[in-house]
Design a protein around this ligand. Structure first.
Ligand SMILES: Cc1cc2nc3c(=O)[nH]c(=O)nc-3n(C[C@H](O)[C@H](O)[C@H](O)COP(=O)(O)OP(=O)(O)OC[C@H]3O[C@@H](n4cnc5c(N)ncnc54)[C@H](O)[C@@H]3O)c2cc1C
Length: 600
């Protein structure tokens, strides 16, 4: 049975010591976020995830979800009870607005909870997970009546939410949507169409499910400019808030899929279901993007979460499994063989994972702080800077975070040798579950294009220039400190590769857009390396300071310094190789006629 224990020490290090949430105590929601309070929240949330959710991960994978003849779906044994405990403890309400029953705490804490929940049980976590995005969309675009009717129950996790974009013929290209919304006399709409791949489309965790559905009204342009967003509850809600009739929406089937078996991925049939428009007609995509941006950060966290869970198991296994001898001679001569830990190749995989998970955790929590600051910072300048940075880095957190998260799961499986391939060890599940993170919420190729095609050009490149300047300034300051000099130089060099790649894309992407498309994936990875590098630089700086002041937790800070060094040595050189690949452009990639791809 795989193990999972929430990495609370590292999380507290990032939130309290690195981000120093306390320094923002003047901002709304941060007043009560003292270091002591954060310690308690992090530890308790970790306990819930490790003790309640993690034990259901393997059994949920084996059992899967069941659709019954009447279209209802039951989740695996224990899921419903875990949801009741989750709701009662209020873990889903941490950073939700107080106005609608949330705890109003910083988004950073909500992000912390998302990681722990997803590491413990990704499939379970997706039931409440999508609700956060649905809540954000209704908060920003919903009418006061819609907010009053749906938000308190959704925030309390009494009702959960879904997002319904995908149709059989329409995934990335949402302009192709066929689902129709025909106005009813009372201001509601009759929604008809089929949505596929809908996560948590039906289940038995709550008595109602609030679907957010993209559809086109009769006279709407047949393109992305004609899409509107609708609230379609599974059970209609009366004006007094009580539940009414069953709506004409049902789960037609559950997809058989590679992973996240315990999350019901549903084909949803809308047969004239009653829905209500959210926001303006034909502006549904903008409203849905609010949900998608929240979800994209959440999916980036999923990549980290599976890597972390797989890493913990690989560390345990490497310490117990004995095979071969250390290259330098027997490490434990009294044993017949040494543990896997003596082998540099095993160390390579474990250090790669450690450098990624700890760096990525810092990036995600720092990213969550930017979300908070973009709304709440005292000055317009700070709000804009935070908004620029998180907009720029959202596709990086999603795309790079899940690409590396999946790679890490595979490497951790490799540590197990053949046993990694055997289901009972659970490593296969981490690989299978993590795989979807690279695909949904906009496949990673689309994230890369979002970064290169949209985010770089935002406000004339304001965000990316701000990012370059931030990294350069911190590297310059760090170079003056002997312990950081080498790392700062390596990150500065990687940032130089990123700047050069940006320049190349600006010049050559304009000339031929295929040059931009051909390099987008590499570009996203270079920016991922630099972003993680910035986090490692900050963590190393802090660790060195803690050691200098004689901190009691010496081993923890020394490990940070070693891992930072490893990151500088083993991650940053890839930036140069990726840039060189990017600068070859799209010519060879696009040259062959389609028929030349056939091999038979
Ligand atoms: C388990 C699971 C859960 C899901 N949950 C939900 C959900 O809750 N709600 C929901 O609405 N959807 C959901 N989806 C759908 C998911 O978001 C889509 O599968 C995804 O967005 C890709 O769409 P597609 O599968 O149609 O692929 P396509 O759009 O056909 O893309 C195929 C490939 O082409 C690439 N591609 C397509 N267009 C471009 C382009 N313009 N530029 C560059 N590359 C391009 C893509 O990156 C991809 O690699 C889920 C899917 C799965 C498998």
């Amino acid at each position: 049975m795989p193990v999972y224990k929430a990495p609370t020490r590292d999380t507290r290090f990032i939130i309290n010591e690195l981000l120093q949430l306390e320094q923002h105590s003047g901002l709304p929601g941060f007043e009560n976020a003292s270091a002591d309070m954060i310690d308690v929240v992090v530890e308790e949330c970790g306990k819930f995830c490790s003790e309640v959710l993690a034990p259901l991960n393997l059994s949920g994978d084996q059992e899967g979800c069941t659709r019954h003849a009447d279209g209802t779906v039951t989740t695996p044994k224990g899921f419903k009870e875990a949801h009741a405990q989750f709701r009662e403890a209020g873990w889903g309400t941490l950073s939700a607005p107080e106005e609608f029953g949330g705890q109003g705490m910083p988004h950073v804490l909500g992000m912390m909870a998302e990681e722990f929940i997803s590491s413990a049980n990704q499939a379970w976590g997706m039931y409440p997970g999508l609700t956060n995005g649905a809540v954000s969309a209704i908060l920003v675009k919903g009418s006061p009546e819609q907010q009053a009717k749906y938000l308190p129950k959704m925030i309390a996790n009494e009702w959960l939410g879904t997002m319904n974009l995908t149709e059989p013929h329409c995934g990335t290209d949402l302009g192709l949507i066929r689902t129709r919304a025909v106005p009813n006399a009372d201001g509601s709409y009759a929604i008809t169409g089929t949505k596929i791949f809908i996560s948590a489309g039906d289940h038995d965790l709550t008595e109602n499910i609030i679907h957010l559905v993209l559809a086109k009204t009769p006279d709407a342009p047949d393109s992305t400019k004609g899409i509107s967003l609708f609230i379609v509850p599974k059970v209609l809600v009366n004006d007094d808030g009580s539940l009414g009739d069953r709506n004409a929406v049902s789960c037609g089937s559950i997809e058989h899929k590679m992973g996240i078996h315990a999350n019901a991925t549903c084909v949803m049939n809308y047969d004239g279901a009653t829905g209500w428009m959210v926001g303006e007609e034909n502006k549904g995509l903008a409203a849905m993007f609010i949900m998608m941006n929240a979800a994209r950060l959440g999916v980036g966290i999923q990549g980290l979460s599976q890597a972390e869970a797989a890493y913990q198991n690989a560390v345990k296994y490497a310490g117990e499994r004995r095979q071969g001898r250390a290259l330098t001679g027997p490490a434990e001569p009294n044993e017949k063989a040494d543990t896997l830990f003596v082998h540099p190749d095993i160390r390579r995989m474990l250090m790669d994972a450690k450098a990624f998970t700890e760096g990525m955790r810092a990036l995600c929590l720092w990213g969550a702080l930017q979300v908070d600051l973009s709304h709440k910072a005292a000055s317009e300048e700070e709000r804009q800077m935070a908004d620029d940075l998180i907009s720029l880095l959202t596709p990086v957190i999603k795309g790079y975070g899940t690409d590396k998260g999946f790679d890490t799961c595979v490497q951790m499986q490799q540590v197990f040798g053949g046993h990694g391939f055997i289901e009972e060890w659970g490593m296969s599940q981490f690989v299978r579950d993590c795989r979807i993170t690279q695909i949904y919420e906009g496949a990673n190729g689309v994230q890369a294009m979002d970064l290169v095609g949209r985010k770089l050009a935002m406000q004339g490149g304001r965000a990316v220039q701000a990012f370059f300047a931030l990294v350069d300034a911190e590297c310059a300051a760090a170079k003056a400190k002997p312990q950081l000099e080498a790392l700062a130089g390596q990150i500065e060099k990687a940032n130089g590769e990123l700047k050069a790649a940006t320049m190349w894309l600006m010049q050559n992407g304009m000339m031929n857009p295929n040059n931009a498309g051909a390099g987008a994936h590499h570009y996203m990875h270079i920016m991922g390396i630099v972003s993680l590098g910035l986090m490692w630089l900050r963590m190393a700086d802090l660790a060195a300071a803690k050691l200098a002041e004689g901190s009691e937790d010496q081993a923890f800070y020394e490990a940070k310094l070693v891992t930072a060094r490893y990151f500088g040595e083993r991650y940053t050189p890839d930036a140069g190789a990726l840039r060189r690949k990017l600068e070859t452009g799209g010519e060879a990639m696009m040259a062959l006629p389609v028929e030349m791809f056939a091999t038979a």
